[in-house]
Ligand binder design. Sequence first.
Ligand SMILES: Nc1ncnc2c1ncn2[C@@H]1O[C@H](COP(=O)(O)OP(=O)(O)OP(=O)(O)O)[C@@H](O)[C@H]1O
Ligand SMILES: [Mg+2]
Length: 458
Amino acid sequence: MRAGCSPEQEASGEKVAAAPAGAGAGSNTGSQQPAIEEQPSSEPQEESTDEASQEKQEKPNLELSPPPVLPLPGCYTHSLKLTSEQTLCQSNIQLCHPEELVGDIKDLAFIGNGSFAAVFKGLWQGAKVAIKFVVSDSLNSNSVTLRESLLGQLLSHPNVIQTYTTRCALMDDESLHAIHGATEDARRLSGDSLRFVSGDGFGDPRHKAGGGTISVSNILLQLQVKPGQYVAVVIMEYADRGTLQEAIYKRQVFRESPRWNKRIAARALFRTAREIALGMQHLHSSNILHGDLKPGNVLLTSARVDRRGFIAKLADFGLSHVAHGPIATNTWGTLRYMAPEHFSGTMSQATDVFAFGMLLWEMVTGKKPYENMTQGEVIQSVSQGLRPQWPPDCFPHLEYLGKRCTAHNSADRPSFGEIVKELEDMEVMLRELLQATRESAGMNVVAGSSSHSDPQQG
Ligand SMILES: Nc1ncnc2c1ncn2[C@@H]1O[C@H](COP(=O)(O)OP(=O)(O)OP(=O)(O)O)[C@@H](O)[C@H]1O
Ligand SMILES: [Mg+2]
């Protein structure tokens, strides 16, 4: 059952009566015959004279009108106009039946979980996707579920993880029972048993390599979903290269290494930071504040645009807000990335810029901000103006940008538009420096190479 449609309405077929005027008009008399079969059989089927077509134009055959296009079960399809925080409300969520939550998703395998959600990969409509499950007790304005469900769908940009569709269901006793029961039945029918291990060391040949699959029943059990809770399922683009956090710490992408020199590492940093800023510029131009920008919420997808082999995309809109200017909020992001005014409940585009400045510092240093401080000390120090030290060998323009992003006064911070431009200029500068060095050493073999060429080109 969907929101706004009572069981009585569904049983009486009132949904059909709500179809657009003209569709099957005059045939809604309780007859079960489809409108198309009510055509008079005497009418010539193949005749297409001018007169006949003229008559069709003048007197449309209502019985032939196509059936109304109804949303797919569980798909949240209507276009939203979210103009303020007040529009982030339950009435904008179209609830689906609990069994429709993942009915069309196959091969679910666990990726990881965060503070509010568990994320899986799976196959949806033939494509590899990421599926986020978010559980909450209500869909009030503070609900992460509500924000995850609604906000990602408003965004479409190459540097933002694409949300394909979302579903949300209110779980009740009966449906939880049905979901768990169906899984148990399927397991019994296939002769499968969670506990059966042959000891041969091969595993079950029906399970795919790389983690196997997990049933929706197991997911709901792991998330400890209870009757009366809401479960949202967000189906989104799968990021196959992990997070920016992993790129900084595990793969050390932005540091000099046997794989690439200091200059290439710096270009990788400028390019990645610029992609994040471009994604953020898109959010802000859509009047959305991210609210939790940090390396763990920037995902990487494979791409052959340059030698990094990935591009960066923003994810995670559970703490995002719709805002045209500064807003009062009681949601907190991740402490180490929060601007001083955010501690006292004000969020704005400038608080996202502050978080970006901290993220930039982390990319440059490969260290967690305020590593040895307690949470209380971080709040106190940041409020008093303390910021992490930039390393002495940092590109001076980058340090200048980073320091402005984390300025105490929010009005002194640049916009993402300015950040994008400055990062691009820095990369061009680095490229020209190399060109000048090569020219002075008589090494420039690239005929006609221009000092103002697009940084995407080389
Ligand atoms: N679209 C995606 N593609 C691939 N992996 C994803 C995707 N979305 C999330 N993940 C991964 O799933 C895991 C859980 O994500 P989630 O956003 O719930 O938590 P988190 O970012 O680790 O923590 P936090 O709650 O603080 O944001 C993370 O490892 C994240 O990188
Ligand atoms: Mg996250």
